[in-house]
Design a protein around this ligand. Structure first.
Ligand SMILES: *[C@@H]1O[C@H](CO)[C@@H](O)[C@H](O)[C@H]1NC(C)=O
Ligand SMILES: *[C@@H]1O[C@H](CO)[C@@H](O)[C@H](O)[C@H]1NC(C)=O
Ligand SMILES: *[C@@H]1O[C@H](CO)[C@@H](O)[C@H](O)[C@H]1NC(C)=O
Ligand SMILES: *[C@@H]1O[C@H](CO)[C@@H](O)[C@H](O)[C@H]1NC(C)=O
Ligand SMILES: *[C@@H]1O[C@H](CO)[C@@H](O)[C@H](O)[C@H]1NC(C)=O
Ligand SMILES: *[C@@H]1O[C@H](CO)[C@@H](O)[C@H](O)[C@H]1NC(C)=O
Ligand SMILES: *[C@@H]1O[C@H](CO)[C@@H](O)[C@H](O)[C@H]1NC(C)=O
Length: 284
């Protein structure tokens, strides 16, 4: 027997009802050009979580990550790993070993926001002064930054700068800053999950990986701000703040933005660019 599309739709909605699917508790952002904007990232005050603001350059159809004083193009986003990769600054010119963001002292994240630089980044500081020799970074003549400068035409001018240093990011003091300045190092680049054994021509594109802390339950001022599986109540850890707290039997899932009971799973789907993304939840 063939099942008509209408019947299949009905079956699907019955299934959803019987496993008590809840309405969407968070508003997803529309795609930016062809790029999906996953929860909790937010491109406008009416979608996503406002602690996770990024920017959509609508004309270019690309996403930008703002730091304290600058912004960087987002190359990829992995919502399940709660990570994104930005492209580091370009060089001022092909014959100077200085990155353009030296005017902003490099990448500086706002420490009050839930983003930080992950320990998957191998950061190469180029054109450094000898004050760096007293740092814990690897500034030896065999350091990977020399291998990079020696084998990369685009940064050939960096070979003329005798001191460069390499380190793996993620120590607590470096988690929010990749500092670039005249009195330290005037240029940098970074590679995510770099295998240092590979020849330089097989290294990945430069990138800086940034992770975010999973979002808390959405803020609310009244029960109508919350869905049927949560109650607008006092935040147990933040005084004076009210959030949609999941009912017993349900837990907050920071990746989907739902209170889930473990018996269904949700998919985000995007139809064209004129309709906001929807979330479809199905029984397991
Ligand atoms: C979006 O994708 C379509 C089809 O793949 C393509 O024709 C269009 O140029 C893309 N738009 C942008 C802004 O990348
Ligand atoms: C290294 O940085 C200094 C200070 O920013 C700059 O004046 C110099 O030209 C740079 N060296 C090279 C080889 O580009
Ligand atoms: C970054 O911006 C802040 C405030 O806008 C300003 O006070 C600070 O001097 C800037 N820092 C740099 C390095 O540009
Ligand atoms: C850092 O983020 C906090 C929280 O959103 C904000 O209040 C503050 O103004 C930001 N600081 C700067 C210098 O932008
Ligand atoms: C510096 O890096 C090079 C190349 O990865 C490595 O062989 C050397 O042992 C490192 N030196 C120190 C002091 O960490
Ligand atoms: C980089 O090139 C310089 C000059 O050619 C050479 O002395 C040095 O050993 C090279 N370093 C590495 C790590 O390849
Ligand atoms: C960076 O973020 C991760 C997860 O989001 C967190 O576990 C870690 O403690 C943070 N590191 C710092 C120095 O804040």
């Amino acid at each position: 027997m063939s099942v008509s599309p209408n019947l299949r739709l009905l079956t699907a909605s019955l299934l959803l009802l019987t496993c008590a699917w809840t309405s969407l508790s968070v508003q997803l952002c529309p795609p930016c050009g062809n790029t999906t904007v996953p929860y909790p990232l937010s491109t406008s005050p009416t979608c996503g979580d406002q602690s996770y603001k990024i920017r959509c350059d609508a004309a270019a159809g690309s996403l930008l990550f703002d730091t304290l004083n600058n912004s960087y193009p987002i190359a990829s986003i992995s919502p399940s790993a709660q990570r994104l990769v930005v492209r580091p600054s370009s060089f001022v010119s092909s014959n100077s070993c200085v990155t353009s963001d030296i005017t902003h002292q490099g990448i500086q994240l706002n420490e009050s926001l839930p983003f930080n630089v992950t320990s998957s980044n191998t950061i190469l500081y180029l054109n450094c002064t000898n004050t760096l020799l007293r740092s814990p970074l690897n500034c030896t003549s065999s350091s990977l930054c020399h291998t990079y400068a020696n084998n990369t035409n685009a940064v050939g001018s960096c070979q003329k700068a005798p001191i460069c240093c390499t380190f793996r990011a993620g120590g607590s003091s470096t988690s929010y800053v990749i500092r670039v300045r005249d009195s330290g190092c005037s240029a940098y680049t970074s590679f995510v999950n770099l295998d240092p054994v590979l020849p330089v021509n097989r290294w990945p594109e430069p990138g800086v990986e940034i992770q975010w802390v999973g979002p808390r339950e959405p803020l609310c001022s009244a029960q109508s701000d919350c869905d049927g599986k949560s109650v607008c109540g006092s935040d147990p850890v933040q005084n004076g703040v009210r959030r949609c707290i999941c009912n017993s039997g349900f837990t907050w899932d920071p990746v989907s933005g739902f209170c889930v009971d473990g018996e269904f799973f949700c998919l985000v789907y995007v139809i064209g660019t004129s309709i906001p993304p929807h979330m479809l939840c199905m029984c397991k």
